[in-house]
Every structure is written in structure tokens, then in C-alpha cells.
Design a protein around this ligand. Structure first.
Ligand code: SF4
Length: 203
């Protein structure tokens, strides 16, 4: 709403600037900023372990009421925190029950996402070889798992050879996780053709 109001005001005043400074200013003055600021240290503390995190965030909240004279920063980017496949064990998730939880493609269907089949692909690879030579070899192709819409698939020949990445861009729900989480930073999410993507008609 704050962004929409800032846009509306800028359009009404026929502003010629290409930066919408009114939006960050309005956000800083809002209740949302105040609420988020009070809990800003939660994630960085908890990243240091459950016991230390619980103790320190407890002090942060109970003693300082969220106004501690420090702000912890998360300096390592998310994509750099992915562990190698060799250092992890696969997680075996229970199958969706179809009542409270559902398979990924059923959920994608509910989003009503759509992209014209002949539009330029909005999921671009900087280097087409990296998904197999690096991501599959070292991380067991994590894009197959972190994409909530099943857009990325490793296909193989019938005998299991010749792995290759298939990008089902039409299913993308525009969460942008792949752009952020890809350990090789090889996926470039670009804005697709206007008016396309998820519409969530039942929300
Ligand atoms: S933006 Fe989200 S839904 Fe789209 S391909 Fe990337 S991870 Fe998948």
C-alpha cells in the first residue's frame, strides 16, 4: 500500500524523477518498520545456534525490549551457504496427503501462473554448462529442490546417461529464489513479458 500510494502521488504530481524516494521514507515512518526493527537481531542470533541464539535474543527482547545498542549483520550471502551434496544426507519427506499439503505442481496449478510459450525465456543462464558441470556435480542440482514450482528438471537418457537441465519457464511463480539461491549465481531472473505470471485468483 505504501509503495502504491507513493507511486500514485508521484504520478499525480507528474514527477520526472526515476527514483521513488517517498516510498522508503513512508516505510521508515510506518508501524511495520518499527515492528521489524525491534526483532532485527532474531535471525542473526539464531544462526549462531539454538542455545546461544535463545539466550541472546531473550536478552535482546526481555532486557532491552528490542532496542539493544547493537544490530547484527548477516554478511555471508545465502547462495554461499549451500553445503556440498557429499557433506549432507538427503531428506526423505513424507508424501503429500492431498488434504493439508499438496504436491508442487498441484500448488502451481492453483496459482494460475501462465506465460506465453513463444515469449523470450525470462530465466536465463549465464553459462549453459554450469548446471551440469558444477551444480549437478557438486550440489546434486539444488535448483530441482529450491524452486517451489518444479521449473528446473534434470533429464537423462533411458540408461541414466547424458544429464541435462530442462527449464519449464512457463510454470514460474516469480518468487526469484533461483536468482538468489543458485550456488553458482548462474541464473539470471529477468522481468518477463507484461501481464504474465501467477494470478492467485482465489486469494
Ligand atoms: S523464480 Fe521461483 S518459481 Fe520461478 S524458476 Fe525461480 S525459483 Fe522457480
Amino acid at each position: 500500500m505504501l509503495a502504491a500510494e507513493a507511486c500514485f502521488d508521484a504520478l499525480a504530481k507528474e514527477c520526472q524523477h526515476d527514483e521513488l524516494t517517498a516510498y522508503p521514507e513512508a516505510f521508515k515512518a510506518s508501524w511495520l518498520h518499527e515492528e521489524l526493527h525491534l526483532s532485527r537481531n532474531f535471525k542473526p542470533w539464531m544462526a549462531k545456534g539454538l542455545k546461544l541464539g535463545s539466550l541472546m535474543f531473550g536478552i535482546d527482547q526481555m532486557v532491552f525490549g528490542g532496542k539493544a545498542p547493537w544490530t547484527l549483520h548477516n554478511t555471508k550471502p545465502d547462495h554461499a551457504k549451500l553445503k556440498l551434496a557429499a557433506d549432507t544426507q538427503p531428506i526423505i519427506y513424507p508424501k503429500p496427503d492431498g488434504v493439508l499439503n499438496f504436491d508442487r505442481l498441484s500448488s502451481v496449478f492453483l496459482s494460475s501462473t501462465n506465460h506465453e510459450e513463444d515469449q523470450p525465456c525470462h530465466l536465463q543462464l549465464k553459462d549453459a554448462a554450469i548446471p551440469i558441470s558444477v551444480n549437478l556435480a557438486q550440489y546434486d542440482a539444488p535448483e530441482q529442490r529450491f524452486c517451489p514450482a518444479g521449473v528446473y528438471e534434470i533429464l537423462r537418457d533411458e540408461n541414466g546417461s547424458n544429464p541435462r537441465l530442462q527449464i519449464n519457464a512457463q510454470n514460474c511463480v516469480h518468487c526469484k529464489t533461483c536468482d538468489i539461491k543458485d550456488p553458482s549465481q548462474n541464473i539470471n531472473w529477468v522481468v518477463p513479458q507484461g501481464g504474465e505470471g501467477p494470478t492467485y485468483p482465489n486469494m
